[in-house]
Design a protein around this ligand. Sequence first.
Ligand SMILES: Cc1cc2nc3c(=O)[nH]c(=O)nc-3n(C[C@H](O)[C@H](O)[C@H](O)COP(=O)(O)OP(=O)(O)OC[C@H]3O[C@@H](n4cnc5c(N)ncnc54)[C@H](O)[C@@H]3O)c2cc1C
Length: 436
Amino acid sequence: MTYFTSYWWQDQPQYRNTEAPPTKADCVVVGAGFTGLSAALTLAQAGRKVVVLDGEAIGFGASTRNGGMLGSGHKVSVADAKKHYGPDIASRLHKEANASLAYTKSLIVDHNLDCDLQYCGRLRTAWTPQDFSAMSEANAGLQIIEPFAARMVQAHEMAQHIDTDLYFGGLMYQSHASVQPKKLHYGLLQLALQAGVQVFGDQKVQSVKPTKSGFCISIKGQDIHCQQVLMATNGYTQAKVSKFLAQRVMPVPSFIIVTEELGAAVVQALLPGGHCMVETRQRFCYYRATPCGKRIMLGSRAALHAITPEQALPTLKAKLAEIFPSLKDTPISHCWTGFTGFSFSKLPSIGCHNGIYHAMGYCGNGVAMAPYLGHKAALKMLQPQQQHSVFEQTPLQRRFYHHGSPWYMPVASAWYRFMDWRDNRQRNKALRQLDR
Ligand SMILES: Cc1cc2nc3c(=O)[nH]c(=O)nc-3n(C[C@H](O)[C@H](O)[C@H](O)COP(=O)(O)OP(=O)(O)OC[C@H]3O[C@@H](n4cnc5c(N)ncnc54)[C@H](O)[C@@H]3O)c2cc1C
């Protein structure tokens, strides 16, 4: 039997606050994911009275639905970053990507957060020989800006890491890790509560309006007055609360399956390296062993527009079988979906529009970055005159075709299919040369 909810939620505690939210606070944070909780923690540690509101159960969003792959990096190459932002910002983007991983790792370690942290590394697998060369070149460029633990894995070495001959080598990020994201979220929530933050679920924010002394936040049947507001709603941002943000952040779904227990020996044979795996192909797969080591979790973009997990399941099963043919008929215990928030610059951003702060746009890379950027957004709220992060210089951009609802996603899907077709031609040519 397949459950169409997040595997990570199984047997985990769910925090509920049955009290009524207060009518006043210093700061209100909208969204109780990694970004919102981390920001709230920093604000409370600085002595602010902080209220966090989520429209759904606490932890409803991507923060407890993701693949639990803890890594640095974002989707913009150094060359593109240099072109759009100049060499200084390009190098700071790389340094802060590394800093985000270090920050979230030490948040976990220093506070002893029980979230199945495993220092497993991440292997980015090359779908074509051209991908391998491009990764090698990009890695060399990044190492010059700031060295970090990453090395190329040649195609002939791949068997030490994975039991498939699909890939043309890869790039191993040795300092990347994995977590159980629901547990990480719960740990962060406990830290925020201990620091005095009040967190409320099922309290959808209906509007944020300026007042003489700050803002009025309307929830069902009640107003909360505060001096500062942070929008931490990422892929779940609603136009009726913030048209500005909804016009600048695209909700893009991602889908995940988890197998029934296969046993530790089978998983170990399929993934002998024990790493998180992420492909370079356009509609890429990402996969890993679950923390118990007995199942495999695989995520992919079964569609770029919202479809149900039931509809996504056959595509995900086919992807799993493509990588590991022996798992073709393996029963799937869980299949679910969640929304990532994509910015048009492909970079996350901290900003302030009409006095309302925001931190979002992680483009599917938020397990390390969202706690980090939540912290940085809080520092910005505490000291607005100072610059705290390079992501203040990567403002959210608009595109003429995006007004809040991603109506154009079927066109984007067709584009990605075309790109995969083009890459597969390169790939097949290389395979013919190798006689595989
Ligand atoms: C399936 C999937 C797999 C992923 N895998 C990875 C991975 O392996 N590694 C990685 O680094 N990243 C991954 N990500 C991305 C990562 O999970 C996100 O970037 C990160 O969790 C974003 O955190 P957040 O707090 O900003 O947003 P969220 O956790 O999405 O929280 C936003 C919250 O805002 C609330 N909200 C929205 N509107 C309102 C309102 N009006 N009033 C009150 N509350 C509101 C929502 O209910 C939601 O709970 C994945 C994402 C998905 C969906």
